[in-house]
Design a protein around this ligand. Structure first.
Ligand SMILES: [Zn+2]
Length: 117
């Protein structure tokens, strides 16, 4: 299933409208924390995972979206306000994040989003 439209709402939530008109919402902070790029996630080389040192500086810009582009019809590339733009979020990865996020939040989805606003 592919998204029909993707929007940022109130600067904190990414809203994805899928082909069947269902809507998924992702917290931008969660998306950035789960950035799939090698810099953020580390690279696995010869069965050893190299992880970058934990970031010690967290800025509000880290969690603000500057631009979103679709990539090859299978993913989006997000440019964050701090300039980081190497994370490619495939539709599959978005679904994984949506699942992971609702597992973190328990079942009260709408409520926990509203708590953020
Ligand atoms: Zn990254």
């Amino acid at each position: 299933m592919n998204p029909k439209s993707i929007n940022v709402k109130v600067k904190k939530i990414l809203s994805v409208i899928w082909e069947d008109d269902s809507e998924s919402k992702l917290q931008l902070k969660y998306m950035r924390d789960q950035c799939p790029c090698a810099t953020c996630k580390g690279e696995t080389v010869l069965l050893k995972t190299y992880r970058p040192p934990a970031k010690t500086i967290i800025t509000p810009e880290m969690y603000q979206v500057k631009n979103i582009e679709t990539v090859g019809g299978y993913a989006i590339q997000i440019t964050w306000a701090d300039g980081h733009n190497t994370g490619i979020y495939s539709w599959e990865y978005l679904l994984e994040l949506i699942e992971g996020q609702s597992a973190n939040n328990g079942e009260g989805k709408e409520q926990s989003y509203n708590d953020l606003l």
